[in-house]
Ligand binder design. Structure first.
Ligand code: PBG
Length: 328
């Protein structure tokens, strides 16, 4: 049927009807809030490159989680900020390290009300800022698998609900699955960042976590953004090693990849709306160049429309507050 019998605008005149037939939705329960936890007490330190984001000590993390829960955000992903670092990241493989310690406190306080995902990586804990053990001039894949597995076990023991390895070493999902299963953590899922591009969009995060590599780059382990088919191989390999949900990041410039993976594999996808995407929105709206909440909602809906089931976003709390206020 063609015009004038068909008029697409007929379904756009009435707001109630427009809402009724929407096919993409954002709920607070789809959103995961990233939190940078740091040592000390009474610390809530602003992150300069990410307006509205802070490094929190455990006491402030608890307050923040109360605020998240009262706004219907029920899941978080944790990153550790530490002063003392070593060559391999092994320093994080201890229950006294900041992330396991924080998880113990949070689980004790919130039990199963709060779903805690722990990012697994070495870059926040190595002096050189790379994601693993450096041998020669590069990150050695197989020795890094050992620290990643050990860090994962500690995180599981501390009460993490899920583990999200973000290092991009080959074989890490298998190594982590193996150590978890050997230690009776077969119920703990793994959400690898199967598709993680080497991206300038991580800039503000590296500033926040003080984790920029001191030499070279992450291009020998993170993916080349000029490639697309490679993403399918990464996901297939991780699924074969036991991945339960896969994470894709960045999100905004990678909607084609989210769509492709969704079409190809019948699995849940989490997209990571990363630090650079957040900071671009913040600085443009601080200058009144854009209408902030409208832009945020448009971005988050586009990520879901592409096929993401859930989104990790620094905007999560402000969006949840907006949804609550507007009874969405
Ligand atoms: C650690 C890690 C990074 C991000 C998440 N986990 C940084 C990196 O790979 O350099 C980036 C997240 C963001 O930019 O918000 N490997």
């Amino acid at each position: 049927m063609n015009f004038p019998t068909t008029r697409m605008r007929r379904l756009r005149y009435n707001k109630i009807l427009r809402n009724m037939i929407e096919d993409t939705h954002i709920r607070s329960s789809d959103l995961i809030y990233p939190i940078f936890v740091t040592e000390g007490t009474d610390v809530k330190e602003p992150i300069e490159s990410m307006p509205g984001q802070f490094r929190y000590s455990i006491d402030h993390t608890i307050l923040l989680c109360e605020e998240l829960l009262s706004n219907n955000i029920k899941s978080i992903i944790l990153f550790g900020i530490v002063k003392e670092k070593d060559d391999t990241g092994k320093i994080s493989c201890s229950s006294k390290s900041i992330v396991p310690k924080t998880i113990t406190y949070l689980k004790n306080k919130f039990k199963n009300e709060l779903y805690i995902i722990a990012d697994v990586c070495n870059c926040e804990y190595t002096k050189h800022g790379h994601c693993g053990t450096v041998i020669g001039n590069d990150v050695d894949n197989d020795s890094t698998l050992l620290t990643l597995a050990e860090q994962s076990l500690i995180l599981a023991k501390s009460g993490a609900d899920a583990l999200a390895p973000s290092d991009m070493m080959d074989g890490r999902v298998g190594s982590i699955r193996e150590i978890l299963d050997k230690n009776k953590f077969e119920k703990i899922p793994i959400f690898p960042y199967s598709v993680k591009y080497s991206s300038a969009f991580y800039g503000p995060f590296r500033d926040a976590a003080n984790s920029s590599p001191s030499f070279g780059s992450r291009k020998t382990y993170q993916m080349n953004f000029k490639n697309s088919d490679e993403a399918i191989n990464e996901v297939r390999l991780d699924l074969n090693e036991g991945a339960d949900i896969i994470i894709i990041k960045p999100a905004m410039s990678y909607l084609d990849i989210i769509y492709k993976i969704k079409e190809r594999f019948n699995i849940p996808i989490i997209a990571y709306n990363v630090s650079g995407e957040y900071s671009m929105v913040k600085s443009a709206s601080e200058n009144n160049f854009i209408s902030e909440m409208e832009i945020i909602l448009e971005i988050l809906h586009s990520i879901k429309r592409a096929g993401a089931n859930a989104i990790i976003s620094y905007h999560a709390l402000e969006v949840a507050k907006f949804l609550k206020k507007n009874n969405v």
